[in-house]
Design a protein around this ligand. Sequence first.
Ligand SMILES: *Cc1c(COP(=O)(O)O)cnc(C)c1O
Length: 452
Amino acid sequence: MADQTKFLLQDSDVPTHWYNIAADLPKPPPPPLNPGTHEPLGPEALAPLFPMELIKQEVSAERYIEIPDEVQDVYRLWRATPLIRARRLERALGTPAHIYFKYEGASPVGSHKPNTAVAQAYYNREAGVKRIATETGAGQWGTALAMACNFFGIELKVYMVKVSYQQKPYRRSMMQLYGADVVASPSSDTQSGRAILAETPDNPGSLGIAISEAVEDAAGRDDTKYSLGSVLNHVLLHQTVIGQEALKQMEMAGEYPDVVIGCAGGGSNYAGIAFPFMRDKLVGGKKTRFIAAEPEACPSLTKGEFRYDFGDTAGLTPLVKMFTLGHTFIPEGIHAGGLRYHGMANLVCELYDQGYMEARAYHQNAVFDAAVQFARTEAIVPAPESAHAIRAAIDEALAAKEAGEARVILFNLSGHGYFDMTAYDNYLAGGLQDFAYPAQRVREAMASVPVI
Ligand SMILES: *Cc1c(COP(=O)(O)O)cnc(C)c1O
């Protein structure tokens, strides 16, 4: 028999529980704070924005949380996703390393995002919510939530970061196809949007601005809740189906990873692949290394400060402790729109701060070099976000070659790039710009971070 390439699971192997890493952290994560009083925030303070079941998950210390049957049913439309050994990439690199990737681009919308979108839409429907407001960067989150809201009969308003709205018109079409209402952010539909447009009419938008608009929309209407596609504890929780499946699939392959890699914007797909393996390190004594890959144009982990900051630009959200570049920081319009976030999930930041994981930052040309090498060997065209993980995986494989070491590398391919062909066109035409670390603008943004 030929060497096995794909490791596939049955429907019955799709996880029945989400894994909550908060139960295994050496010390509990610091609580979110009230932005006015700087006192720890009780769960009830989040009630205007989220249904109670999601708030309970946000603060839960329970290790395994059962996935509702209806959510499992939707998951089984595409889960389990395949684990693939990138043999052709290994050969092209001439590396003794074994490279595996988990392919979340196999979901109907092409990314890992529906793992949480379906769960969030379900709990909102259960709580009687009729309408949801959200933001989207590159459009993957908006598409995933549009699909999920359609399944559960909920109306959806999406504030889409303007630069992506212009670069990715077909992501907008897809959200509309599933029935969502989409506007470019900053928009004139909210106070925070109008304030920004008044100051900078050609503002390209940012995730922080779009979050402000969606939060304001949800807080101002009784029939509407807010939904976030990354960063929060419950979002990371829902994504752990990725790593749980990968644990089983690596076992099928007869190997265990030495290195686990994910790209990191808000930290959710990274957490999804990493946390179930991280449990083996936290409580099982494994020596696995973990790497979060981020853009040099928005390097929250590698260059940010570990402080309490707002999750959005206008300062409407609770204060959360995270590695941040400052909530008013607006990154350059790099093609990896989903990685243009000023902060990072608190749980990922805790693990980074406590030395359980590493982080690397890459320029976009180096990232697209890796994406094209991957497409020419493994044939899948990766999302520019996911290509950051590919860059890190290739660098690890080359380091293993240098050291003559049989390293086992696992990375999450968080999504495909079939809506990102403008970015690939620009790269192939030699038109991609690398942006130096914007030290001055980060200093300015950090000056507006509250002192606690
Ligand atoms: C949204 C997105 C990301 C970044 O978000 P995380 O929460 O850091 O995972 C990465 N890759 C893809 C394909 C995305 O859609």
